[in-house]
Design a protein. Structure first.
Length: 347
């Protein structure tokens, strides 16, 4: 057995013997969050019912730090986890929108062996700081563009939008109103047009975060585009491990997220490629069409300064590619249910 595998096996054994306490115990009793992105969440509940995933105990400590943002329990035994966590901290610390939101407060990121919940969630505790919980499997198995893309959703659609002073008043005009889904405007529909509506959504702020022109969507989009600027800068400056593909992955993550929410009114399990889901192929076709419509809109809205990003946009999405994204996620959730080697559970 490889030395690293032996170390992981020992860590897994220790984790199984350790009592469940602290943040992990809280997680075990929390209800599962709704799906937040196609790559992030689709099918978690189905996989967990088969595999019986549990949260591993988490030891709170500042293992990695960049300014006021830290990982509390990332393992430093393996270069893969350390390097990726270091890069995440650097990108979050450099993003001006996130810096403005934190306003000097601490932000602590804790890894969990989680499969039932979202791959991440962010809780703003005011003066006590901002707390991020991230699934270990996501950090371990997704490239940096997808990791920071998922975090852009968590920050941008949720606490950053909630903290914006005019969001609540501006959003009142969007609640309960059926909005046409980009890319499905000409699709026959019993109500006259395919729509998304906060009243019928699993989570209203998800729909508010994908309505073009809405305040929440604007915050999410702008945060993602600034992250794209940073990833491109790193690639052009030949930062260690940085690639232009990171920009492509980030934009793909954003587009799949907004498309899957809009096409299903935040009921993304409808697109799952699982036995018995007869509507799955039609839903995946819708997701692909909506993805391409948002992609066109995003490219058209790029400022002159951001034109270098345009050639790095992902290719047009097909229904087959949507299915492949679902299957990739399911495979990585399954893998994450068995081990979480990026977590340091040492005493």
């Amino acid at each position: 057995m490889h030395a690293r595998d032996e170390a992981r096996a020992r860590d897994d054994a220790v984790a199984r013997r350790a009592p469940l306490s602290g943040p992990a115990a809280d997680t075990a009793t929390r209800p599962a969050h709704e799906l937040l992105s196609l790559q992030s969440r689709a099918g978690n509940a189905n996989v967990v019912r088969m595999l019986g995933g549990q949260s591993a105990p988490v030891v709170q400590r500042n293992k990695l730090l960049n300014g006021n943002i830290s990982f509390t329990n990332v393992s430093l035994k393996f270069p893969e986890s350390q390097d990726k966590a270091t890069r995440v901290l650097q990108l979050l610390s450099t993003n001006t929108a996130i810096k403005s939101f934190l306003d000097g407060r601490t932000c602590r990121i804790t890894l969990e062996k989680r499969t039932t919940q979202a791959p991440a969630d962010v809780v703003d505790k005011g003066a006590d700081g901002v707390f991020v919980t991230m699934a270990a499997y996501y950090l371990e198995n997704y490239d940096i563009g997808y990791v920071v893309g998922m975090l852009c959703h968590e920050f941008g659609i949720h606490p950053m939008a909630a903290a914006a002073p005019t969001t609540r008043d501006e959003e009142e005009a969007f609640r309960g109103v059926p909005f046409p889904v980009p890319g499905l405007e000409h699709k026959p529909h019993p109500d006259g047009f395919a729509s998304m509506n906060t009243d019928a959504a699993k989570q209203a702020d998800h729909v508010l975060g994908v309505i073009p022109g809405s305040p929440r969507y604007t915050i999410y989009r702008d945060l993602t585009l600034e992250m794209a600027d940073l990833l491109l800068r790193d690639a052009r400056n030949r930062a260690p491990g940085a690639r232009e593909q990171d920009v492509t992955d980030l934009i793909d993550c954003f587009l799949m997220d907004v498309a899957s929410i809009a096409a299903t009114n935040d009921n993304r399990l409808r697109g799952m490629p699982v036995l018995g889901n007869s509507e799955g192929p039609a839903i995946r076709q819708d997701i692909a069409a909506v993805y391409n419509a948002y992609k066109s809109r995003l490219a058209d809205d790029l400022s002159e300064e951001r034109q270098p990003i345009r050639p790095l946009f992902p290719a047009e999405k097909t229904p087959e590619a949507v299915k492949a994204d679902f299957n990739t996620l399911l495979g990585r959730i399954t893998k994450g249910a068995f081990r979480a080697w990026s977590i340091d559970n040492s005493d």
